[in-house]
Ligand binder design. Structure first.
Ligand code: AMP
Ligand code: MG
Length: 514
Protein backbone atom coordinates (compact mmCIF):
# COMPACT_ATOMS: atom_id res chain seq x y z
CA UNK A 1 0.00 0.00 0.00
CA UNK A 2 2.90 2.34 0.70
CA UNK A 3 4.01 1.97 -2.93
CA UNK A 4 1.06 4.03 -4.17
CA UNK A 5 1.98 7.44 -5.58
CA UNK A 6 0.97 10.27 -3.26
CA UNK A 7 -2.36 11.91 -4.03
CA UNK A 8 -2.66 15.58 -4.78
CA UNK A 9 -4.33 18.00 -2.40
CA UNK A 10 -7.68 19.58 -3.19
CA UNK A 11 -6.52 23.12 -2.66
CA UNK A 12 -3.28 23.71 -4.53
CA UNK A 13 -3.27 27.19 -3.02
CA UNK A 14 -2.84 25.51 0.37
CA UNK A 15 -5.97 27.19 1.68
CA UNK A 16 -8.05 24.44 3.25
CA UNK A 17 -11.83 24.59 3.23
CA UNK A 18 -11.76 23.09 6.75
CA UNK A 19 -9.70 23.72 9.87
CA UNK A 20 -8.22 20.49 11.13
CA UNK A 21 -6.96 18.97 14.35
CA UNK A 22 -5.70 15.42 14.74
CA UNK A 23 -5.96 14.61 18.43
CA UNK A 24 -6.30 10.87 17.78
CA UNK A 25 -2.83 10.78 16.23
CA UNK A 26 -1.36 11.85 19.58
CA UNK A 27 -2.09 8.32 20.78
CA UNK A 28 0.75 7.04 18.64
CA UNK A 29 1.25 4.50 15.88
CA UNK A 30 0.04 1.41 17.76
CA UNK A 31 -3.51 2.76 17.35
CA UNK A 32 -3.52 3.20 13.58
CA UNK A 33 -1.74 2.97 10.25
CA UNK A 34 -1.35 6.06 8.13
CA UNK A 35 -2.23 5.46 4.50
CA UNK A 36 -3.85 7.05 1.50
CA UNK A 37 -7.19 6.18 -0.04
CA UNK A 38 -7.24 4.10 -3.24
CA UNK A 39 -8.71 6.12 -6.13
CA UNK A 40 -11.89 5.03 -7.92
CA UNK A 41 -12.71 5.48 -11.61
CA UNK A 42 -15.01 8.26 -12.86
CA UNK A 43 -16.51 9.45 -9.56
CA UNK A 44 -19.83 11.26 -9.55
CA UNK A 45 -21.79 13.02 -6.82
CA UNK A 46 -24.75 10.88 -5.77
CA UNK A 47 -25.83 13.02 -2.80
CA UNK A 48 -24.65 16.09 -0.94
CA UNK A 49 -26.11 16.75 2.49
CA UNK A 50 -26.48 20.51 2.41
CA UNK A 51 -28.40 20.65 5.69
CA UNK A 52 -25.63 18.89 7.59
CA UNK A 53 -23.00 21.04 5.91
CA UNK A 54 -24.90 24.15 6.95
CA UNK A 55 -25.48 22.91 10.49
CA UNK A 56 -21.74 22.35 10.85
CA UNK A 57 -21.07 25.72 9.24
CA UNK A 58 -18.79 24.18 6.63
CA UNK A 59 -18.34 26.15 3.40
CA UNK A 60 -20.53 25.68 0.35
CA UNK A 61 -17.40 25.09 -1.73
CA UNK A 62 -17.05 21.68 -0.08
CA UNK A 63 -19.53 20.27 -2.58
CA UNK A 64 -17.98 22.00 -5.60
CA UNK A 65 -16.70 19.71 -8.28
CA UNK A 66 -13.20 20.71 -7.19
CA UNK A 67 -13.79 18.72 -4.02
CA UNK A 68 -15.34 15.68 -5.70
CA UNK A 69 -11.96 13.91 -6.02
CA UNK A 70 -11.33 14.27 -2.28
CA UNK A 71 -14.68 12.71 -1.34
CA UNK A 72 -14.02 9.89 -3.81
CA UNK A 73 -10.63 9.16 -2.26
CA UNK A 74 -8.88 10.37 -5.44
CA UNK A 75 -7.29 13.39 -3.77
CA UNK A 76 -6.74 14.61 -0.23
CA UNK A 77 -8.57 17.40 1.54
CA UNK A 78 -5.84 19.86 2.40
CA UNK A 79 -4.96 19.44 6.07
CA UNK A 80 -6.30 15.89 6.38
CA UNK A 81 -4.10 13.07 7.71
CA UNK A 82 -5.66 9.80 6.51
CA UNK A 83 -5.30 6.69 8.63
CA UNK A 84 -7.08 3.46 9.52
CA UNK A 85 -7.52 2.51 13.18
CA UNK A 86 -7.19 -0.93 14.72
CA UNK A 87 -9.89 -2.55 16.83
CA UNK A 88 -11.05 -6.06 17.72
CA UNK A 89 -14.38 -7.42 18.79
CA UNK A 90 -16.97 -10.08 19.46
CA UNK A 91 -19.01 -11.04 16.43
CA UNK A 92 -22.21 -13.06 16.86
CA UNK A 93 -21.17 -13.89 20.42
CA UNK A 94 -17.67 -15.16 19.55
CA UNK A 95 -14.32 -13.47 20.03
CA UNK A 96 -13.25 -12.51 16.49
CA UNK A 97 -9.77 -11.16 17.30
CA UNK A 98 -8.33 -8.23 15.39
CA UNK A 99 -10.59 -6.38 12.97
CA UNK A 100 -10.09 -2.65 12.41
CA UNK A 101 -11.05 -0.10 9.78
CA UNK A 102 -10.99 -2.45 6.82
CA UNK A 103 -12.58 0.01 4.45
CA UNK A 104 -12.91 3.24 6.39
CA UNK A 105 -10.29 5.97 6.37
CA UNK A 106 -10.15 8.56 9.12
CA UNK A 107 -9.21 11.96 7.72
CA UNK A 108 -8.95 13.92 10.98
CA UNK A 109 -11.14 16.24 12.99
CA UNK A 110 -12.52 19.33 11.33
CA UNK A 111 -13.65 22.29 13.40
CA UNK A 112 -17.40 22.88 13.10
CA UNK A 113 -20.26 24.83 14.63
CA UNK A 114 -20.91 21.70 16.71
CA UNK A 115 -17.34 21.21 17.90
CA UNK A 116 -14.63 19.09 16.26
CA UNK A 117 -16.06 16.43 13.95
CA UNK A 118 -14.15 13.38 12.77
CA UNK A 119 -14.53 12.71 9.08
CA UNK A 120 -14.27 9.22 7.58
CA UNK A 121 -14.39 7.96 4.02
CA UNK A 122 -16.12 4.57 3.95
CA UNK A 123 -15.25 2.39 0.97
CA UNK A 124 -11.97 4.16 0.13
CA UNK A 125 -9.89 1.05 -0.45
CA UNK A 126 -7.94 -1.65 1.34
CA UNK A 127 -6.14 -1.07 4.62
CA UNK A 128 -3.89 -3.31 6.74
CA UNK A 129 -7.12 -4.32 8.52
CA UNK A 130 -9.07 -5.39 5.43
CA UNK A 131 -8.29 -9.09 5.98
CA UNK A 132 -9.84 -10.77 2.92
CA UNK A 133 -11.98 -7.78 1.97
CA UNK A 134 -11.59 -5.42 -0.96
CA UNK A 135 -11.88 -2.22 1.07
CA UNK A 136 -14.87 -1.15 -0.97
CA UNK A 137 -18.53 -0.47 -0.24
CA UNK A 138 -21.20 -1.07 -2.87
CA UNK A 139 -23.58 1.66 -4.04
CA UNK A 140 -26.59 -0.21 -2.62
CA UNK A 141 -25.33 -0.34 0.97
CA UNK A 142 -23.86 3.16 0.77
CA UNK A 143 -27.24 4.64 -0.20
CA UNK A 144 -28.80 2.78 2.72
CA UNK A 145 -26.16 4.12 5.11
CA UNK A 146 -26.48 7.68 3.78
CA UNK A 147 -30.26 7.70 4.09
CA UNK A 148 -30.56 5.85 7.36
CA UNK A 149 -28.01 8.04 9.16
CA UNK A 150 -30.07 11.05 8.21
CA UNK A 151 -33.38 9.32 8.96
CA UNK A 152 -32.16 8.47 12.47
CA UNK A 153 -31.03 12.03 12.99
CA UNK A 154 -34.44 13.25 11.82
CA UNK A 155 -36.02 10.99 14.44
CA UNK A 156 -33.82 12.51 17.13
CA UNK A 157 -31.80 9.31 17.59
CA UNK A 158 -28.02 9.65 18.12
CA UNK A 159 -26.12 8.51 15.05
CA UNK A 160 -23.06 9.01 12.93
CA UNK A 161 -23.98 11.39 10.12
CA UNK A 162 -23.54 11.20 6.35
CA UNK A 163 -22.07 14.26 4.64
CA UNK A 164 -22.03 13.09 1.05
CA UNK A 165 -22.12 10.11 -1.24
CA UNK A 166 -19.96 9.57 -4.31
CA UNK A 167 -20.70 6.83 -6.84
CA UNK A 168 -18.26 5.20 -9.25
CA UNK A 169 -18.77 2.63 -12.01
CA UNK A 170 -15.74 0.75 -10.63
CA UNK A 171 -16.79 -2.92 -10.35
CA UNK A 172 -17.13 -4.44 -6.89
CA UNK A 173 -17.84 -8.15 -6.55
CA UNK A 174 -20.33 -9.38 -3.99
CA UNK A 175 -22.81 -12.16 -4.90
CA UNK A 176 -22.78 -10.51 -8.32
CA UNK A 177 -21.00 -7.61 -9.96
CA UNK A 178 -21.99 -4.31 -8.39
CA UNK A 179 -20.53 -0.81 -8.44
CA UNK A 180 -18.58 1.16 -5.84
CA UNK A 181 -19.45 4.16 -3.72
CA UNK A 182 -17.79 6.17 -0.99
CA UNK A 183 -19.82 7.59 1.91
CA UNK A 184 -18.31 10.41 3.91
CA UNK A 185 -19.32 9.92 7.53
CA UNK A 186 -19.10 12.49 10.29
CA UNK A 187 -19.20 12.01 14.08
CA UNK A 188 -17.55 13.58 17.12
CA UNK A 189 -15.77 10.23 17.50
CA UNK A 190 -15.84 6.87 15.75
CA UNK A 191 -14.46 5.03 18.80
CA UNK A 192 -16.07 1.63 19.31
CA UNK A 193 -16.21 -0.85 22.18
CA UNK A 194 -13.85 -2.90 19.99
CA UNK A 195 -11.06 -0.34 20.23
CA UNK A 196 -10.90 -0.99 23.98
CA UNK A 197 -11.27 -4.75 23.59
CA UNK A 198 -8.30 -4.70 21.24
CA UNK A 199 -5.72 -3.24 23.60
CA UNK A 200 -7.13 -5.05 26.61
CA UNK A 201 -7.01 -8.44 24.90
CA UNK A 202 -3.37 -7.81 23.97
CA UNK A 203 -2.48 -6.99 27.55
CA UNK A 204 -1.40 -3.48 26.48
CA UNK A 205 -2.64 -1.74 29.61
CA UNK A 206 -0.70 1.47 28.97
CA UNK A 207 -2.25 1.82 25.53
CA UNK A 208 -5.67 0.96 26.94
CA UNK A 209 -5.24 3.69 29.55
CA UNK A 210 -4.09 6.21 26.96
CA UNK A 211 -7.17 5.42 24.87
CA UNK A 212 -9.56 5.71 27.82
CA UNK A 213 -7.93 8.97 28.93
CA UNK A 214 -8.21 10.31 25.37
CA UNK A 215 -11.91 9.38 25.23
CA UNK A 216 -12.62 10.98 28.58
CA UNK A 217 -10.65 14.16 27.94
CA UNK A 218 -11.94 14.84 24.44
CA UNK A 219 -15.30 13.12 24.10
CA UNK A 220 -16.78 12.19 27.48
CA UNK A 221 -15.63 14.84 29.97
CA UNK A 222 -18.82 14.24 31.97
CA UNK A 223 -17.02 11.17 33.40
CA UNK A 224 -14.92 13.53 35.49
CA UNK A 225 -17.94 14.73 37.45
CA UNK A 226 -19.55 11.30 37.38
CA UNK A 227 -16.58 9.62 39.09
CA UNK A 228 -17.69 10.86 42.51
CA UNK A 229 -20.54 8.32 42.29
CA UNK A 230 -17.99 5.55 41.79
CA UNK A 231 -15.48 6.04 44.60
CA UNK A 232 -13.54 8.49 42.44
CA UNK A 233 -12.87 5.77 39.85
CA UNK A 234 -13.00 7.60 36.53
CA UNK A 235 -12.92 4.37 34.47
CA UNK A 236 -15.95 3.04 36.33
CA UNK A 237 -17.55 6.40 35.52
CA UNK A 238 -16.58 5.87 31.86
CA UNK A 239 -18.33 2.50 31.82
CA UNK A 240 -21.33 4.05 33.55
CA UNK A 241 -21.52 6.92 31.05
CA UNK A 242 -21.29 4.59 28.04
CA UNK A 243 -23.86 2.29 29.62
CA UNK A 244 -26.23 5.18 30.17
CA UNK A 245 -25.92 6.34 26.57
CA UNK A 246 -26.28 2.80 25.26
CA UNK A 247 -29.40 2.16 27.34
CA UNK A 248 -30.92 5.41 26.06
CA UNK A 249 -30.04 4.54 22.47
CA UNK A 250 -31.56 1.07 22.72
CA UNK A 251 -34.77 2.50 24.17
CA UNK A 252 -34.97 4.86 21.20
CA UNK A 253 -34.34 2.05 18.71
CA UNK A 254 -37.05 -0.12 20.26
CA UNK A 255 -39.50 2.76 20.31
CA UNK A 256 -39.28 3.31 16.55
CA UNK A 257 -39.04 -0.38 15.65
CA UNK A 258 -35.45 -0.12 14.43
CA UNK A 259 -33.45 -3.34 14.07
CA UNK A 260 -29.70 -2.83 13.70
CA UNK A 261 -28.99 -6.32 12.44
CA UNK A 262 -25.28 -6.68 13.39
CA UNK A 263 -24.82 -5.60 16.99
CA UNK A 264 -21.30 -6.97 17.26
CA UNK A 265 -19.08 -5.18 19.78
CA UNK A 266 -17.07 -3.62 16.95
CA UNK A 267 -20.30 -1.98 15.79
CA UNK A 268 -21.04 -0.38 19.17
CA UNK A 269 -20.16 3.29 19.51
CA UNK A 270 -18.49 4.54 22.67
CA UNK A 271 -20.59 7.69 22.37
CA UNK A 272 -23.85 5.76 22.15
CA UNK A 273 -24.37 6.60 18.49
CA UNK A 274 -26.01 4.34 15.95
CA UNK A 275 -23.04 3.24 13.83
CA UNK A 276 -22.31 0.87 10.91
CA UNK A 277 -25.50 0.65 8.94
CA UNK A 278 -25.64 -2.77 7.30
CA UNK A 279 -28.67 -5.07 7.19
CA UNK A 280 -30.76 -2.73 9.39
CA UNK A 281 -34.51 -2.44 9.05
CA UNK A 282 -37.38 -0.41 10.38
CA UNK A 283 -39.97 -3.06 11.05
CA UNK A 284 -43.06 -3.07 8.89
CA UNK A 285 -45.49 -5.59 10.45
CA UNK A 286 -44.87 -5.78 14.20
CA UNK A 287 -43.19 -8.98 15.32
CA UNK A 288 -41.06 -8.87 18.49
CA UNK A 289 -39.01 -11.76 17.10
CA UNK A 290 -38.31 -10.04 13.80
CA UNK A 291 -34.86 -10.78 12.32
CA UNK A 292 -33.80 -8.28 9.68
CA UNK A 293 -30.42 -9.81 8.79
CA UNK A 294 -30.79 -12.89 6.58
CA UNK A 295 -27.31 -14.02 7.63
CA UNK A 296 -28.40 -14.10 11.32
CA UNK A 297 -29.72 -17.65 11.33
CA UNK A 298 -30.01 -17.92 15.12
CA UNK A 299 -31.85 -14.61 15.45
CA UNK A 300 -29.21 -13.34 17.89
CA UNK A 301 -29.96 -9.79 16.81
CA UNK A 302 -33.75 -10.08 16.55
CA UNK A 303 -35.67 -6.89 17.44
CA UNK A 304 -36.78 -8.12 20.86
CA UNK A 305 -33.27 -9.27 21.78
CA UNK A 306 -31.46 -6.03 21.04
CA UNK A 307 -31.63 -4.60 24.58
CA UNK A 308 -30.12 -7.79 26.05
CA UNK A 309 -27.45 -7.91 23.38
CA UNK A 310 -26.50 -4.34 24.24
CA UNK A 311 -26.10 -5.47 27.84
CA UNK A 312 -23.96 -8.41 26.75
CA UNK A 313 -21.83 -5.98 24.75
CA UNK A 314 -21.49 -3.69 27.76
CA UNK A 315 -20.16 -6.70 29.67
CA UNK A 316 -17.49 -7.06 26.98
CA UNK A 317 -16.61 -3.40 27.37
CA UNK A 318 -16.51 -3.82 31.15
CA UNK A 319 -14.17 -6.78 30.75
CA UNK A 320 -11.96 -4.69 28.48
CA UNK A 321 -11.87 -1.87 31.04
CA UNK A 322 -11.24 -4.24 33.94
CA UNK A 323 -7.47 -3.60 34.12
CA UNK A 324 -8.23 0.13 34.49
CA UNK A 325 -11.19 -0.05 36.85
CA UNK A 326 -9.25 -2.65 38.84
CA UNK A 327 -12.20 -3.42 41.12
CA UNK A 328 -14.46 -6.30 40.14
CA UNK A 329 -17.18 -5.54 42.66
CA UNK A 330 -17.37 -1.93 41.51
CA UNK A 331 -17.52 -3.00 37.85
CA UNK A 332 -20.42 -5.35 38.58
CA UNK A 333 -22.13 -2.62 40.53
CA UNK A 334 -21.93 -0.31 37.51
CA UNK A 335 -23.30 -3.02 35.24
CA UNK A 336 -26.24 -3.63 37.58
CA UNK A 337 -27.38 -0.15 36.61
CA UNK A 338 -28.51 -1.24 33.14
CA UNK A 339 -31.27 -3.36 34.68
CA UNK A 340 -33.05 -0.26 35.92
CA UNK A 341 -31.72 2.29 33.40
CA UNK A 342 -32.96 0.56 30.28
CA UNK A 343 -36.52 -0.16 31.49
CA UNK A 344 -36.79 3.43 32.68
CA UNK A 345 -35.66 4.86 29.33
CA UNK A 346 -37.86 2.44 27.42
CA UNK A 347 -40.80 3.16 29.70
CA UNK A 348 -40.41 6.90 29.14
CA UNK A 349 -40.03 6.45 25.38
CA UNK A 350 -43.13 4.26 25.14
CA UNK A 351 -45.15 6.50 27.44
CA UNK A 352 -44.29 9.43 25.16
CA UNK A 353 -45.68 7.40 22.24
CA UNK A 354 -48.95 7.34 24.17
CA UNK A 355 -48.68 11.07 24.83
CA UNK A 356 -47.89 10.50 28.50
CA UNK A 357 -45.03 12.80 29.36
CA UNK A 358 -45.89 14.13 32.80
CA UNK A 359 -43.63 13.29 35.73
CA UNK A 360 -44.73 10.33 37.81
CA UNK A 361 -44.61 10.53 41.57
CA UNK A 362 -44.93 6.84 42.31
CA UNK A 363 -43.30 3.67 41.03
CA UNK A 364 -46.76 2.06 40.95
CA UNK A 365 -47.89 4.69 38.42
CA UNK A 366 -44.91 3.82 36.28
CA UNK A 367 -45.81 0.15 36.49
CA UNK A 368 -49.44 0.86 35.60
CA UNK A 369 -48.36 2.82 32.51
CA UNK A 370 -46.01 0.03 31.50
CA UNK A 371 -48.86 -2.47 31.72
CA UNK A 372 -50.87 -0.19 29.43
CA UNK A 373 -47.95 -0.14 26.94
CA UNK A 374 -47.42 -3.89 27.13
CA UNK A 375 -51.08 -4.69 26.61
CA UNK A 376 -51.18 -2.50 23.52
CA UNK A 377 -47.99 -4.08 22.19
CA UNK A 378 -49.57 -7.48 22.65
CA UNK A 379 -52.54 -6.45 20.55
CA UNK A 380 -50.12 -5.05 17.96
CA UNK A 381 -48.14 -8.31 17.87
CA UNK A 382 -51.24 -10.52 17.62
CA UNK A 383 -52.61 -8.41 14.79
CA UNK A 384 -49.17 -7.92 13.18
CA UNK A 385 -50.08 -4.31 12.55
CA UNK A 386 -47.68 -2.05 10.72
CA UNK A 387 -45.51 -0.70 13.54
CA UNK A 388 -45.06 2.85 12.28
CA UNK A 389 -48.57 3.35 10.90
CA UNK A 390 -50.27 1.97 13.98
CA UNK A 391 -48.69 4.53 16.30
CA UNK A 392 -49.35 7.32 13.82
CA UNK A 393 -53.02 6.29 13.47
CA UNK A 394 -53.34 6.20 17.25
CA UNK A 395 -51.93 9.75 17.42
CA UNK A 396 -54.50 10.94 14.86
CA UNK A 397 -57.30 9.08 16.61
CA UNK A 398 -56.46 10.85 19.88
CA UNK A 399 -56.46 14.12 17.96
CA UNK A 400 -59.90 13.28 16.46
CA UNK A 401 -61.30 12.52 19.91
CA UNK A 402 -59.83 15.70 21.38
CA UNK A 403 -62.11 17.92 19.33
CA UNK A 404 -65.32 16.01 20.23
CA UNK A 405 -67.45 17.03 23.22
CA UNK A 406 -66.84 13.58 24.71
CA UNK A 407 -65.09 10.38 23.65
CA UNK A 408 -67.29 8.42 21.24
CA UNK A 409 -66.51 4.75 20.48
CA UNK A 410 -66.82 5.38 16.73
CA UNK A 411 -64.46 8.34 17.09
CA UNK A 412 -61.63 5.81 17.42
CA UNK A 413 -62.21 4.40 13.95
CA UNK A 414 -58.82 5.50 12.60
CA UNK A 415 -57.11 3.10 14.98
CA UNK A 416 -59.75 0.41 15.36
CA UNK A 417 -59.89 0.03 11.57
CA UNK A 418 -56.33 -1.31 11.80
CA UNK A 419 -57.23 -4.48 13.71
CA UNK A 420 -59.51 -7.50 13.44
CA UNK A 421 -60.29 -7.87 17.16
CA UNK A 422 -61.96 -4.50 17.68
CA UNK A 423 -63.62 -5.29 21.04
CA UNK A 424 -60.19 -6.03 22.52
CA UNK A 425 -58.78 -2.72 21.26
CA UNK A 426 -61.88 -0.82 22.45
CA UNK A 427 -61.35 -2.24 25.93
CA UNK A 428 -57.79 -1.04 25.88
CA UNK A 429 -58.86 2.40 24.61
CA UNK A 430 -61.30 2.70 27.50
CA UNK A 431 -58.47 2.06 29.99
CA UNK A 432 -56.29 4.55 28.13
CA UNK A 433 -58.99 7.22 28.26
CA UNK A 434 -59.55 6.52 31.95
CA UNK A 435 -55.82 6.95 32.58
CA UNK A 436 -55.65 10.47 31.18
CA UNK A 437 -59.13 11.90 30.73
CA UNK A 438 -60.32 13.30 27.41
CA UNK A 439 -59.49 16.96 28.25
CA UNK A 440 -55.81 15.99 28.01
CA UNK A 441 -56.17 14.58 24.49
CA UNK A 442 -55.37 17.78 22.59
CA UNK A 443 -52.01 18.22 24.30
CA UNK A 444 -51.31 14.48 24.12
CA UNK A 445 -52.02 14.36 20.39
CA UNK A 446 -49.52 17.14 19.86
CA UNK A 447 -46.83 15.17 21.69
CA UNK A 448 -47.75 11.96 19.91
CA UNK A 449 -47.57 13.50 16.44
CA UNK A 450 -44.05 14.69 17.30
CA UNK A 451 -43.07 11.30 18.74
CA UNK A 452 -44.62 8.78 16.37
CA UNK A 453 -43.14 9.41 12.91
CA UNK A 454 -45.11 9.33 9.70
CA UNK A 455 -42.02 8.42 7.66
CA UNK A 456 -39.27 5.88 8.32
CA UNK A 457 -36.73 4.44 5.89
CA UNK A 458 -38.60 1.28 5.02
CA UNK A 459 -36.58 -1.29 3.08
CA UNK A 460 -38.69 -0.93 -0.03
CA UNK A 461 -38.24 2.85 -0.10
CA UNK A 462 -34.47 2.49 0.03
CA UNK A 463 -34.72 -0.21 -2.62
CA UNK A 464 -36.55 2.10 -5.05
CA UNK A 465 -33.85 4.75 -4.57
CA UNK A 466 -31.17 2.10 -5.11
CA UNK A 467 -32.74 0.76 -8.33
CA UNK A 468 -32.98 4.27 -9.76
CA UNK A 469 -29.44 5.11 -8.71
CA UNK A 470 -28.17 2.01 -10.49
CA UNK A 471 -29.70 3.55 -13.64
CA UNK A 472 -27.77 6.76 -12.95
CA UNK A 473 -30.70 8.71 -11.45
CA UNK A 474 -29.95 9.83 -7.89
CA UNK A 475 -33.02 12.03 -7.45
CA UNK A 476 -34.92 9.57 -5.25
CA UNK A 477 -32.13 9.75 -2.67
CA UNK A 478 -32.76 13.47 -2.43
CA UNK A 479 -36.54 12.99 -2.19
CA UNK A 480 -36.22 10.45 0.62
CA UNK A 481 -33.67 12.57 2.42
CA UNK A 482 -36.06 15.53 2.37
CA UNK A 483 -38.93 13.50 3.86
CA UNK A 484 -36.83 11.67 6.43
CA UNK A 485 -35.23 14.86 7.69
CA UNK A 486 -38.60 15.88 9.14
CA UNK A 487 -40.40 12.56 9.59
CA UNK A 488 -43.04 13.97 11.95
CA UNK A 489 -44.34 16.51 9.41
CA UNK A 490 -47.29 15.54 7.23
CA UNK A 491 -45.63 16.34 3.86
CA UNK A 492 -48.89 16.57 1.88
CA UNK A 493 -48.66 14.64 -1.38
CA UNK A 494 -46.12 12.15 -0.03
CA UNK A 495 -48.68 9.62 1.26
CA UNK A 496 -47.16 6.83 -0.83
CA UNK A 497 -43.96 7.11 1.20
CA UNK A 498 -45.86 6.52 4.43
CA UNK A 499 -47.77 3.42 3.39
CA UNK A 500 -47.18 -0.28 3.95
CA UNK A 501 -44.72 -2.06 1.65
CA UNK A 502 -45.96 -3.27 -1.73
CA UNK A 503 -46.16 -7.03 -2.36
CA UNK A 504 -42.84 -7.16 -4.22
CA UNK A 505 -41.05 -5.93 -1.09
CA UNK A 506 -41.65 -9.23 0.69
CA UNK A 507 -38.98 -10.71 -1.62
CA UNK A 508 -36.31 -8.30 -0.39
CA UNK A 509 -33.51 -9.99 1.51
CA UNK A 510 -30.98 -7.93 3.37
CA UNK A 511 -27.78 -9.65 4.44
CA UNK A 512 -24.42 -8.62 5.89
CA UNK A 513 -23.02 -8.30 2.35
CA UNK A 514 -22.27 -4.65 1.77
P1 AMP B 1 -19.03 -5.10 9.57
O1 AMP B 1 -19.68 -6.41 9.81
O2 AMP B 1 -19.45 -4.40 8.31
O3 AMP B 1 -19.13 -4.19 10.75
O4 AMP B 1 -17.47 -5.38 9.34
C1 AMP B 1 -16.69 -6.17 10.19
C2 AMP B 1 -15.23 -5.98 9.86
O5 AMP B 1 -14.98 -6.33 8.50
C3 AMP B 1 -14.71 -4.57 10.02
O6 AMP B 1 -13.40 -4.63 10.48
C4 AMP B 1 -14.78 -4.02 8.61
O7 AMP B 1 -13.86 -2.98 8.39
C5 AMP B 1 -14.41 -5.24 7.79
N1 AMP B 1 -14.97 -5.21 6.44
C6 AMP B 1 -16.26 -5.36 6.08
N2 AMP B 1 -16.40 -5.29 4.75
C7 AMP B 1 -15.15 -5.10 4.23
C8 AMP B 1 -14.63 -4.95 2.91
N3 AMP B 1 -15.40 -4.99 1.84
N4 AMP B 1 -13.30 -4.76 2.81
C9 AMP B 1 -12.51 -4.73 3.87
N5 AMP B 1 -12.93 -4.86 5.12
C10 AMP B 1 -14.25 -5.05 5.33
MG1 MG C 1 -18.48 -2.63 11.42
Amino acid sequence: MSSRPPLSHTDPSGVSALTWTHRLTQLGPSFFTRLQPTPVASPRWAACNQSLRQALNWPETLFDDDHLPAFAGNALLTGSDPLATVYSGHQFGQWAGQLGDGRALWLGEAASAQGPQEIQLKGAGRTPYSRGGDGRAVLRSSIREYLCSEAMHGLGIPTTRALCLVASPEPVWRETRESAAVVTRVAPSFLRFGHFEHFSSQGQTDALKALADHAIAHHLPECLSRQSRWQGNVYAALLDEVQDRTAKLLAQWQAVGFCHGVMNTDNMSLLGLTIDYGPFQFMDGFDPGHICNHSDHQGRYAYGRQPNVAYWNLYCLAQALAPLINDEALTLQVLEGYKSLFPRYLGDAMRAKLGLTGALALETEREADWTLVEDLMQIMATEQVDFTLFWRHLSHAVQDQSSAAAVQPEGWHRITDQVLDRPRLHQWLERYTARTGQPQFAAMAQTMLQTNPKFVLRNHLAEIAIRQAKQGDFSEIETLHRLLQSPFDEHPGAEAYASVPPDWASQLEISCSS
